[in-house]
Design a protein around this ligand. Structure first.
Ligand code: ZN
Ligand code: ZN
Length: 281
């Protein structure tokens, strides 16, 4: 599969079921986890406390991996973190369905570079809600990793070229593998992955439905915060587009940001350094 920096022209005009070259496996994965999640919801509408607790814990660790490591450490370089903690949290982010860290960063830098323009890879302004929410995941051309994040072209990150698929398979089957029954299979596997997926997708869709006079569509969505276990603090997306160089997304004391509390704790323990704080206007 060749990676291109040239965006397809108006890819959202394709029929929704037609994947871009290389996108078929993503579409298959999305269909599969949704079918399994619906089946699980019918068979086991209420999980046991143990199964629910285990699902939430895995999701919470994956959420920290995505927002702290993928977004704040790797994509925006707003802090440096202990490499062991970084690798561990990358594992949980991949386990939680957030994808390859290098692809994530390439797509994300592409998004910031073209935010709200026709080349924005996940803009609801141009492609509509469902394009921004899910369709771009399998219908857009891959972002060029070498162009957008050449510094990540090294072993610690490239290892996920090989480890991503086995990790996702482990993730799907983690319930039974950890000794839980069928209920664990559905809730800790596909149902957790579907929930995490949509909580992260809302950052591309819902938090870009604003209408500022200058054309900026990013907005803070306060009520998404408590639901967003798969992407802690990412609901303060207007803050983020305004202060992209800040490691902190919830800028006011009344804007909870679990990712920031985690970073602050690591910094206090000497496990994070160079933490960039916002200079509020
Ligand atoms: Zn960002
Ligand atoms: Zn954005």
């Amino acid at each position: 599969m060749s990676e291109s920096t040239i965006p397809q022209s108006r890819p959202w005009q394709q029929p929704f079921w037609k994947p871009a070259p290389g996108g078929a496996k993503v579409l298959l994965y999305l269909v599969l986890i949704h079918l399994l999640a619906i089946t699980g919801l019918i068979l086991f509408p209420l999980p046991s406390l143990k199964v629910l607790g285990a699902s939430l814990l895995i999701m919470a660790l994956g959420g920290l991996g995505t927002t702290v490591i993928y977004h704040r450490v790797l994509a925006h370089k707003t802090l440096k973190i202990n490499p062991l903690i970084e690798q561990l949290l990358i594992f949980f982010a991949v386990f939680n369905g957030s994808g390859h860290p290098v692809s994530w960063v390439a797509y994300h830098r592409h998004h910031h570079a073209h935010a709200d323009g026709p080349e924005d890879i996940s803009s609801p302004k141009h492609g509509g809600f469902w394009w921004a929410h899910l369709r771009w995941l399998y219908q857009s051309a891959p972002a060029d990793r070498q162009r957008w994040c050449p510094e990540l072209n090294r072993g610690a990150y490239k290892i996920w070229d090989y480890a991503e698929t086995p990790t996702i398979l482990l993730s799907l089957f983690c319930g039974p593998l950890l000794g839980f029954s069928w209920q664990g299979f559905f809730w800790m596997g596909a149902m957790r992955l579907v929930y995490s997926l949509h909580m992260q997708c809302f950052v591309n869709s819902l938090t870009h439905l604003g209408r500022a006079a200058d054309g900026d569509t990013s907005q803070n969505v306060w009520w998404l915060g408590p639901l967003q276990i798969g992407a802690w603090g990412e609901n303060w997306h207007k803050n983020h587009h305004t202060y992209a160089a800040s490691a902190r997304l919830g800028l006011r004391w009344w804007q909870p940001d679990v990712g920031w509390y985690f970073i602050w704790t690591l910094e206090t323990l000497g496990l994070a350094s160079g933490v960039k704080r916002p200079r509020l206007q």
